[in-house]
Design a protein around this ligand. Sequence first.
Ligand code: F6P
Length: 282
Amino acid sequence: MKDIFDAIQRCAIRIKDAIDVKDIGYSQKENSSGETQLQLDIQCDLIIEEELATVPSVHTIASEEKEHELIIRENGKYFIAYDPLDGSSLVDVNLSVGSIFGIYEGEWGARNMVASCYVVYGPRVEMVFAENKTQLYLLQAGEFEFVKEIRLNEKGNLNAPGGTQQNWTAYHKEMVDSFFAEGYRLRYSGGMVPDLHQILLKGGGLFSYPATSDRPDGKLRKLFEVFPFAYIFKMAGGDAIDGINENIMALSHDHIHGTSQCFFGSKYEIARVKEVYARNNQ
Ligand code: F6P
């Protein structure tokens, strides 16, 4: 795992440099999820492919920017799914963006996840790596230095509700409002990495991206976004669910670009989501 951790650090340093240029360029291409790809997305994808390909334990990689998975080495054991630059449309307005990595052993699927990681490129570059526990690192003078272990409180006070409100179900809206009525504050930038990073570092809260009338299977991708963050939140003492299955980390692999609704937070908020979704989906 150490060699993967080191490779991700090299990726982060190279991606940070790639972001720091004047022209991030629009390409004519769309990715597998139908989003316009920036030249920058493609460049970050290639950086990660290049770095992970040097790691002997990597078997297969799958990128949010590539339609198909890519076998690197038949005798490797890790399957790594990554979103090279999540929230890349926020680069031109200078909001934070991130890279996400889900590390699976033997095969895709949450039940095979053994570690996960994200990097947030903001005013500072930080990396959160979870393998049994969730740890924060800060990039300083070209090296990532350990900062602290991240632990969530039982209950937070931030509410990050994703998706277009007009397409939410009535019970989802009621649930989101119930948190505001309890004093929760709205925090939503439109970048999954910084929005979840904020909840993790400020002690807790709720990030929700529900199934909506225009996206009945949610928007966020299971292998690249939902499972990695579910693992990170659980290892930090929080919780995560998809609003349907009892245990999100027991789910197996479907299509590599498959999406689902998702909810991440501290235990108090996720217990509420579980109760509301169970009551309304009988
Ligand atoms: O991956 C897509 C993404 O940009 C996430 O980073 C973010 O959480 C989400 O989409 C925002 O979607 P919306 O604008 O629909 O709330």
